[in-house]
Design a binder for this molecule. Sequence first.
Ligand SMILES: Cc1cc2nc3c(=O)[nH]c(=O)nc-3n(C[C@H](O)[C@H](O)[C@H](O)COP(=O)(O)OP(=O)(O)OC[C@H]3O[C@@H](n4cnc5c(N)ncnc54)[C@H](O)[C@@H]3O)c2cc1C
Length: 502
Amino acid sequence: MTERVLVIGAGMAGLFTALALGGEGRRLDILERDPPAPAGGADEAFADWNRRGVGHLRHSHAFLARLRNLVLDHHPALLDELRAAGCQEMKFADGLPAASKDRYRPEPGDEILTVITSRRTTLELVMRRYVERMPGVTLHSNVNVTGLLGGLDAEGRFVCEGLRVKDGETEREERADIVIDAAGRTSQGFDWLAEHGVTWDEESEDAGILYYTRHWRLLPGQTPPERGPVPGAGDMGFIKYGVFPADNGCFSITLSAPEIEETLRVAIMRPETFDHICRLLPGVAPWIAADRAEPVGKVHGMGDLKSRWRSTVRNGRPIALNLFFAGDGLARTNPLYGRGCSFAAIAAYLLKDVLARETDPAARALAYQGAVDRDIRPYFRDMRTQDRQAIRRARNTLDPAYRPRFKARLMKSFAEDALTPAIRSDPALLRAFMRGFHMLEPSSAWLKRPATLGSVLATWVKPRALKQKYYPPKLGPDRAEMFAALELSATADAERLGLIAA
Ligand SMILES: Cc1cc2nc3c(=O)[nH]c(=O)nc-3n(C[C@H](O)[C@H](O)[C@H](O)COP(=O)(O)OP(=O)(O)OC[C@H]3O[C@@H](n4cnc5c(N)ncnc54)[C@H](O)[C@@H]3O)c2cc1C
C-alpha cells in the first residue's frame, strides 16, 4: 500500500522533508498557508513573495556544510540549480585568516566544508520549484492546517490520522498514514496535542539577543571588496556583526545586540544608525561604500529569539503516533549559529532512515526521537550553554562593579590566548574546528584529540610576542567609542538596571 504523508508547512523543514521522503513510492502532500512565489526569478521572490508565515525570511541566512552535503549527496541536481540561480559557495580556504593563508595545503576533505550563501528567498524558491517537480509530491499553497485528526489510544498516546484544513472558505479533513509538523517556530502541533490532554517535556529560554538585517545590492560593474585583515564577521560583545554575500550581486549585513543593551538596540532600527555602525566597522565598511553598493529597503528587526527543545517521548514512551515534528517546531535555536536550516535538513534524513527501518508506529516514534536526541541535541545544548555565557557577559559589561573570578579569567585566557591564536595560526586546527562548527562531528571532538589539544596548549604557553600576529585585529571601536560616535548614552542601561546611580 502506498503511504500517504501530509506535511504542514513549506518552509525549510517542509521542503527538506519532501526532498528526503518524496519520490520513494509515497504520496506526499505539503500544505502551506502562504501564497506561492510570484512569477519570475530570485529578485521578484525577494521583492514580492508574501511569506507572512516566515517572519525571518528576509534576514541573512547562510547554509552550513552539513546541509549542503545532504543536498549534494541526495539531490546533486538541486545544487546545480542553486548555483545556476546565483547562490554562492564559500569554501574552507575562503575563510582562512590572512596570517595563515600561506600555510594552507588543500586536503581532499576540504570540499565538504563549504557553505551556501544566498538570500533565503532565493534558496527557498529554487528548492520549492525542484520539490514541485518530484514524483509523488504535491505542494498546495493557501491551505491553512487548523487541527489534527485522531484520538487517544488505550495507553494515552495520540494516534494521528490526518489533518483538518481550511482551503479558502472550505473546511475539510485530509486522512494520512503519517503527518509531519514542519510549521516552524509558531507551530501549533503541540497545542493541538494539549487539547487531547497530552503533555510533553519542553525546555525553552531566551537566546538573549536581537537580530537586525539590511540588504544591499552592488552597483553595476562593482564587485565585493578584497578580503582585508579585519574579518567580515565578528563578535565585539556589545555587538556582533556579519556580512553575508548572497546571490545576483546582493549581500546583507546583520548586526545583533544583546537584549540588555536596550539603548543600542532601539537605535539600530534606524537605517542611518545601522549604516553608521557599519561604517565604523572596518570589516564591513568597504562593502557599503557609496560608490560600491546601495541599500535595498529598511532594516529588518527580529526579537523573541529562543532556544526551545520539545520531545515527543516522555518517560520512555511516545506521546504521539504517526506524528513527527521537524524544523523549528522540534528545536528552535539562536540564529547566530546559523544551524536552524541544517537542523531541519538533518531531521528530515533521520526520519527517512527511521521510516525505512521501522514499520511499527511506536517503534518509529521512539527511533526518531532517539535519532534527533543523539544527532541534533548535543549541538542544541552547546549553543544554549554559549548563549547563557553571552547573556552573563553582556550584563557584566554594563556592571562597573563586576570583577571576574579566577575561573572566568582562566577561561577567557584559554579562549583568547590559546584557542584563538592556535586556530588562526594553523589551517589544520581550523579545519578540525570547522568540522564541529558544521556539525560533521561533535562540536568539541577536535579538542579531545591529543594532537590538537597539544597544539592548543602549546600556543597557550607560548610568549605573547611569538604569537602576536595570530591575535585577531581590532574589529572596531570599543563600546564607549561606539556609543560616543552614535551620540548614545553608554550608561543609560546600567542606570535603568540599577547597576549605577542615575
Ligand atoms: C533572524 C533569523 C536568522 C536565521 N538565520 C539562519 C541562518 O543563517 N542559517 C540557518 O540555517 N538558519 C537560520 N535561521 C533559522 C532558520 O531560518 C529556521 O530554523 C528555519 O526557517 C526553520 O524551518 P521550518 O520549516 O521549521 O520553519 P519555517 O521556515 O518558518 O517554515 C514554516 C512554514 O510553515 C507554514 N505554516 C505555519 N503554520 C501553518 C499552518 N497552520 N498551516 C499551513 N502552513 C503553516 C508557514 O507559513 C511557513 O511557510 C534563522 C532564524 C532567524 C529567526
